[in-house]
Ligand binder design. Structure first.
Ligand SMILES: [Mg+2]
Length: 294
């Protein structure tokens, strides 16, 4: 949408793009999906990876803190699994029925004259299911999700040693080669060496956000990023995004705005519905009328 002031100067909105996290940003934490995700991740770790139940709480905590998602951490420390299977267990059994259509949010989003994009660590099927349940599936130009950032998602693990030699890759890690991250953090600081890297690209890694911006062809300086996660907000801020923390009424370091709920968008950031005023108009003391031309 273009704007023209009374001197015929074309103005444009302050932002070219609104980038939205999905879970706990477009619907409230009280829906209970996040609690179910956590339970399902723990079930996957016990049933599919054979991890001892007693280790789960500390392991989940360390992996989430150090790798952004438990999934990224599990891959880093040496577990190999099919990503689709992981997602089908973690997201496939969620209580989606708790999410209700949100016509108020829908009209709010549709009324903002700026393109909107979803940016989630979740998989595509999950994103679509959530957006459909909320009645928001037509509010976004595109979805950047797990598969967008991790396009080769099938495990390369093979029992056939010839295949491995042919591919020229290292043999897949065996169970005995799992990096003991709990023992690592139990050591005194001076004995801790580097942590293994994860092959998974996800928030809050700054490079994951940069890749997402590149894929969507958007300029961080002209993008407003909505998130419920403080660390994702802080990573976003470090690479130049303007940021809106959702679910909190107090701003934290790295957040330009804080909104208790996404529903407060119009009251908190009314400029999303306005064009940016040209520099000279800001200091002239003359009110500038703006008319919208479709
Ligand atoms: Mg979230």
């Amino acid at each position: 949408m273009a704007y023209e002031d009374r001197f015929g100067q074309v103005q444009r909105p302050k932002y070219d793009c609104l980038l939205f996290d999905l879970d706990d940003t477009l619907y409230p934490l009280s829906s209970g999906l996040a609690t179910s995700v956590l339970k399902n991740i723990q079930a996957f770790m016990i049933e599919n990876l054979g991890i001892e139940e007693s280790q789960i709480p500390s392991l989940c905590d360390l992996l989430y803190k150090n790798y952004g998602t438990t999934m990224a951490g599990l891959r880093a420390i040496g577990y190999d699994f099919d990503y689709d299977e992981y997602h089908s267990i973690v997201h496939g059994r969620l209580p989606y029925e708790n999410l209700k259509p949100d016509p108020v949010l829908r009209s709010l989003l549709l009324s903002v004259p700026i393109p909107k994009i979803i940016f989630t660590n979740g998989d595509h099927i999950h994103a679509i299911k959530v957006l459909r349940r909320l009645g928001l599936e037509d509010c976004f130009e595109s979805i950047i999700c797990f598969e967008t950032l991790n396009p080769v998602h099938k495990s390369v693990a093979s029992d056939d040693e010839d295949d491995i030699a042919f591919l020229g890759s290292k043999p897949p890690p065996k169970r005995t080669e799992i990096f003991d991250i709990i023992a690592h953090f139990n050591k005194p600081n001076e004995e801790q060496s580097g942590l293994p890297k994860t092959p998974i690209v996800c928030k809050p890694s700054e490079s994951a956000i940069e890749i997402a911006l590149e894929i969507a062809k958007i300029d961080p300086r002209r993008t407003l990023f909505f998130e419920d996660s403080v660390r994702n907000i802080q990573s976003g801020k470090r690479i130049g995004l303007d940021t809106v923390l959702i679910g909190k009424s107090q701003r934290v370091k790295g957040a330009d705005y804080a909104l208790e709920s996404i529903h407060n968008l119009r009251e908190a950031i009314p400029e999303l519905w306005e064009a940016e005023k040209p520099a000279e108009a800001k200091y002239s003391g003359v009110a500038v009328e703006t008319s919208v031309i479709a």
